[in-house]
Design a protein around this ligand. Structure first.
Ligand SMILES: N[C@@H](CCC(=O)N[C@@H](CS)C(=O)NCC(=O)O)C(=O)O
Length: 293
């Protein structure tokens, strides 16, 4: 096949053009560190979560709601929204908790000195170990669970930053990029589908933090909750085992609550901007109706 002429020749040294037209262009920068002073709020519980209900954020709120559903009251938490489209992740307080300036970030104030935890996979592991739940203790099962947890951390950027970005967010649709990442996303769905063919959950018989990490990305994708009908584009319904697994997890009450926490968009009844107590879920509908984001 003949290679088409390239519309862009890279210069010797890359230059930052702040406005490139893509969704999120206004918040992306080639430098790290804080842009402004902004202290983080602190609530009454030992666990303080600073996040947003994106797939990476949902992982942590789903786990916390599952821990509470198991009767682990020490997992009570305050959750504050970090509005990444307004640049909250570059505030000095947030950067002190996560030098990588991305949600989710957690502070555990029950330790002698507050413990900061960033990267969603690290937060899931920290909480599962702290409370001794949703992570098997037998070495073989624990290792299988962690293998899938780390699989998610390495794989989802191809789905989100690759496929989702070029299919949905980029200012122009570039066939080469969409082909490359659609291919990889379908390959990943096939990995999951083959694995789930003979077991209910990623780790085997037990629901674990591996499912909690993978579901907000791949479950949401096959349930057509992401990227402008991407489920149809990627023929998600053909991955029948992933679909069955995604629907079973979507039906869990803790998952439904976790999806709502720090959600600042969508249907008013699905949003809970801040979470401080279980009763917040009962009152959120009245509070949010009429609130514009
Ligand atoms: N590997 C990180 C990824 C976190 C991440 O990409 N967070 C996004 C939202 S889903 C974010 O905060 N973006 C803001 C930005 O890039 O400035 C994790 O799993 O915690």
């Amino acid at each position: 096949m003949e290679t088409p002429p390239s519309p862009y020749t890279p210069p010797k040294v890359w230059q930052w053009e702040a406005e490139n037209g893509g969704t999120w262009a206004s918040i992306n920068r080639p430098i790290a560190g804080p842009t402004h002073d902004q202290a983080l709020p602190v609530g009454q519980h030992p666990l303080q979560l600073y996040s947003l209900a994106t797939p990476n954020g949902q992982k942590v709120t789903i786990l916390l709601e599952e821990l509470l559903a198991l009767g682990i009251t020490a997992a009570e938490y305050d959750a504050y929204p970090i509005k990444i489209n307004a640049g909250d992740q570059f505030g000095s307080g947030f950067v002190a908790v996560n030098p990588n300036s991305k949600i989710p970030a957690l502070v555990d104030r029950s330790t002698t000195l507050p413990t900061r935890v960033f990267e969603s996979g690290s937060i899931l592991l920290y909480l599962a170990e702290k409370f001794g739940a949703l992570l098997p203790t037998a070495p073989a099962q624990r290792t299988e669970c962690l293998s899938w947890l780390f699989w998610q951390m390495g794989s989802a950027p191809y789905l989100g930053g690759g496929f989702g970005h070029f299919y949905s967010y980029a200012p122009t649709k570039i066939k080469y990029c969409i082909d490359r990442f659609a291919m990889e996303s379908k390959r990943q769905l096939d990995v999951l589908d083959r694995h789930l063919a003979d077991k209910p959950y990623m780790g085997g018989d037990e629901y674990t933090i591996a499912d909690i990490a993978i579901w907000p990305w791949y479950g949401a994708l096959v349930l057509n909750r992401m990227y402008d009908n991407a489920a149809e584009f990627l023929e998600a319904s053909s991955y029948t085992h992933v679909m069955r697994w995604a629907e079973a997890i979507a039906a869990r009450p803790a998952v439904q609550r976790g999806r709502m926490v720090n959600r600042t968009w969508g249907l008013p009844e699905e949003q809970l901007h801040e979470r401080h107590a279980a009763s917040d879920f009962d009152t959120q509908t009245q509070d949010k109706i009429g609130t514009a984001d």
